[in-house]
Design a protein around this ligand. Structure first.
Ligand code: ES4
Ligand code: ZN
Length: 344
């Protein structure tokens, strides 16, 4: 597209990136060998024969849950602080090259705790990766990269497991110290109504912790409303099924709630058949704010720039529309007002 250089230069924010979803099949195999973490025997799933067969399997995901099974197996190779640090640095270096000025990075503490990797290992690795990236990109002024981390509670595990994980993070002082910038909720969605996590999110709210939740990815528009009303979230991750309900879109527009939309993810997980069916045009017309994000770039084979370009190919947006998208993404960020002005 002739807009490609413009889209690279456009100051971008990424708000929906699971760091474990940036683990490529090549790195997965390398870390598996280094850490002696066995992958499933190829007799039970021949997709694990090589990085190439794994990549081919990723291209055939049938649903969110089909993807999640591979995602949670893949991250078993992450064991040491340096594994998390290297993964974080590699993502941030790529994001910086693509013109990302501010990144808010999700991670799944429960998926690591459950296999004996401590929260200190995970968080210290993330922070070290950020330090390394910041040192490298310092001195770029407004064009530097700022980074926040957001732990997501997991819906496929019992609510009590989420509560224990939140308590653990609170006891470590991660939120009060600012190491972690807010609380998220992700994983399987169908039959997991947001309200089940209301108590935990209310406790987070009482401590002044910002909240977001994946909603309206596979689940209905009503789950978007439930996340707002019952979890007190200020953002919605995905939220694309809100487009099925004019009343829901009207509320999102009125309250200025930002959706963190992930177009290539929606296609790969069969939420929509093609990028053209992601409700980008509808959201623009109704004044629903959104940012454009990669979600799990190693699994969906597209980083943030690929997602911007795919949207441009599909919708042929104007420079003015892109500036609106970029501005809304900055305003919906959880960085300080000073940093927002600097990016804009
Ligand atoms: C996810 Cl695409 C998506 N949806 C829900 N939870 C997730 N965790 C990682 N990627
Ligand atoms: Zn996600």
């Amino acid at each position: 597209s002739p807009l490609h250089p413009f889209l690279t230069r456009l100051p971008k924010c990424e708000h929906h990136l699971h760091i474990e979803g940036s683990l490529s099949p090549d790195l997965l195999f390398a870390l598996s060998a280094k850490n002696s973490t066995p992958l499933p025997p190829i007799t039970s799933d021949p997709s694990f024969a090589s990085p190439a067969t794994l990549n081919a399997r990723y291209a055939a995901f049938s649903s969110l849950d089909d993807f999640l099974a591979y995602y949670y197996i893949g991250m078993r190779v992450l064991v040491t602080p340096s594994d998390f640090s290297d993964l974080t640095y590699a993502y941030l270096a790529r994001a910086a090259r693509e013109g990302v000025r501010h990144a808010e990075v999700f991670f799944d503490p429960q998926a690591h705790l459950s296999r004996g990797v401590s929260i200190d290992t995970v968080v210290s690795g993330l922070l070290a990766g950020r330090r390394r990236a910041e040192a490298e990109f310092a001195g770029r002024g407004a064009k530097r990269l700022t980074v926040l981390f957001i732990p997501c509670l997991l819906r496929h595990l019992p609510v009590s497991d989420s509560a224990a994980c939140f308590e653990l993070m609170q006891s470590k002082g991660y939120f009060s110290r600012g190491d972690l910038a807010g609380l998220g909720l992700c994983s399987t969605e169908l039959a997991k109504p947001p309200g089940d996590w209301a108590e935990i999110f209310a406790a987070a709210g009482r401590h002044g912790i910002r909240r977001t939740a994946h909603a309206g990815e596979e689940g209905p528009a009503g789950y978007v409303i439930a996340a707002l009303d019952e979890l007190g979230v200020s953002r919605i991750d995905h939220g694309v099924r809100a487009a099925e309900d004019e009343g829901v879109m009207e509320r999102l527009a009125r309250e200025g709630v930002m959706l963190t939309v992930c177009p290539m993810s929606n296609v790969r997980l069969k939420g929509v058949e093609r990028i053209e069916h992601v409700p980008i045009r509808k959201f623009l017309e109704r004044g629903v704010r959104f940012s454009i994000n990669s979600d799990d770039p190693a699994y969906f084979e597209g980083y943030v720039q690929d997602n911007y370009c795919a949207v441009q190919e599909a919708f042929g947006l104007t420079v003015g529309e892109w500036r609106t998208i970029a501005r809304n993404a900055v305003e919906g960020s959880w960085c300080g007002e000073e940093r927002k002005r600097e990016i804009l």
